[in-house]
Ligand binder design. Structure first.
Ligand SMILES: Nc1ncnc2c1ncn2[C@@H]1O[C@H](COP(=O)(O)OP(=O)(O)OP(=O)(O)O)[C@@H](O)[C@H]1O
Ligand code: SF4
Ligand SMILES: [Mg+2]
Length: 376
């Protein structure tokens, strides 16, 4: 393996008693509490052991592989990982919007105590936008070009609340939404093609929060925009989240941008969640070898550095390697990694990693692995 890892972790955090703590179930990644700005302890979304496949003639693609995580009230959670790692499929799964040939193999998705997988089609229809809402990848390009902005937002509201007679009250409500997302009232009667990309994306955010859902998932909400507008739209998301009081999952590639807006980061690799931690831990002390590669690949204006991630996911998603999902690219892999899937390990409160190196029985190996790459 030619890639060289950041020799950190700068320190390996320990639990009380000085040992790293393991969860009992090898298939689950759990974390304890969220922490962060305005984040409460109440869990609003609980994803448990979610698995999603796409059926293909050559066999099932394992898009999401037994992932578990909590989202807390008022929290912004970033979901990151390379293209094809299953971020969008996770979002669709949570909203029960996976389309054939995709299907949910098993799992549980609870929003405020409601099991989403048990809802009927009609209940689900009501629940979308009010309980859970998705701003899908490429949302701004899916706005209806033949409908005025106001009519598209009115459609969302009336499809859940029924036809409104009081047009003036509706207009005021939409103006309030415009204000929430920083749009001028003059766009009320405009068509999408008359708006800039940033404005269109704000219209999508306005639609996503129009019915004050408990959880909003924004899938690459800023990717198609230029860097300055990306930042403005990202800040808009956070402002709206705080004002309306929703909890947010932000899916994205831009680790630099996410660092500024999220409370925690969950890192996915090939359908697995490999690390989840408060944002400051992930950047200052990334533990999983894959997270280290991601952090080392963040471009810097001050320092030119070679791109560490060059390969992309290397295995066939229909036939993942045994043991650790990352082992074919991991410079630290040894026999055990091929034999046993790494369980989630709580190395510190709120910081969970799925890598054998953080199991206390392999402490020496960890020290050696990092020592050998410390001075490459
Ligand atoms: N309709 C489909 N049929 C077969 N495989 C699919 C289908 N849709 C997605 N996949 C596969 O599922 C996996 C996860 O895809 P997904 O779109 O969720 O990834 P992603 O992390 O959102 O990627 P990106 O960052 O490019 O948006 C990939 O291997 C992808 O090829
Ligand atoms: S479990 Fe093994 S192969 Fe997987 S990331 Fe850790 S050291 Fe690498
Ligand atoms: Mg995607």
């Amino acid at each position: 393996m030619s890639q060289q890892l950041n020799p950190h972790p700068k320190s390996l955090p320990q639990n009380e008693g000085g040992t790293s703590k393991r969860d009992d179930s090898p298939s689950l990644l759990v974390e304890e509490g969220a922490g962060g700005r305005g984040v409460k302890d109440r869990v609003v979304l609980k994803v448990d052991n979610l698995r999603i496949h796409y059926a293909t003639p050559q066999g099932d693609v394992i898009a999401v592989s037994d992932i578990s995580f909590n989202l807390y009230e008022g929290e912004t959670l970033g979901l990151v990982g390379e293209s094809g790692c299953g971020k969008s499929t996770t979002a669709y799964g949570i909203l029960q919007l996976v389309q054939p040939p995709g299907y949910i193999v098993h799992g549980s998705i609870e929003v405020d105590g409601t099991e989403v997988l048990n809802l009927s089609e009609e209940e689900l229809r009501k629940f979308r936008w009010t309980g859970l809402s998705l701003i899908p990848q490429g949302a701004m390009n899916s706005l209806n070009p033949t409908m005025r902005v106001k009519d598209q937002i009115i459609d969302v509201i009336e499809s859940h609340e029924g036809k409104k007679r009081d047009k003036e009250a509706m207009r005021e409500r939409i103006f309030e939404l415009f204000q929430n997302v920083g749009l001028p009232n003059r766009i009320y009667n405009m068509y999408p093609h008359e708006l800039s990309g940033g404005m269109k994306q704000r219209v999508c955010i306005a639609m996503g929060v129009a019915l004050h859902p408990t959880v909003v998932i924004a899938d690459e909400a800023t990717s198609a925009l230029d860097v300055v507008v990306q930042r403005i739209v990202a800040q808009t998301l956070i402002k709206v989240k705080d004002e309306i009081g929703v909890s947010l999952i932000v899916i994205g590639h831009d680790m630099g941008l996410l660092a500024q807006i999220v409370d925690r980061i969950a890192v996915m690799y090939a359908g697995k969640m490999v690390e989840i931690a408060p944002v400051e831990n992930v950047y200052a002390n990334p533990l999983h070898p894959y997270t280290q590669l991601l952090i080392d690949s963040i471009p810097s204006i001050k320092e030119r550095k070679p791109l560490k991630i060059t390969e992309g996911i290397t295995h066939d998603p229909r036939n993942p390697p045994s043991g650790c999902i990352f082992r074919l690219r991991c410079p630290f892999a040894w026999d055990h990694c091929a034999e046993v899937e790494p369980p989630p390990i709580n190395v510190e409160e709120k910081h969970v990693v799925a890598c054998h190196l953080f199991d206390e029985q392999f402490e020496e190996r960890r020290a050696h692995a990092y020592a050998t790459t410390a001075n490459p």
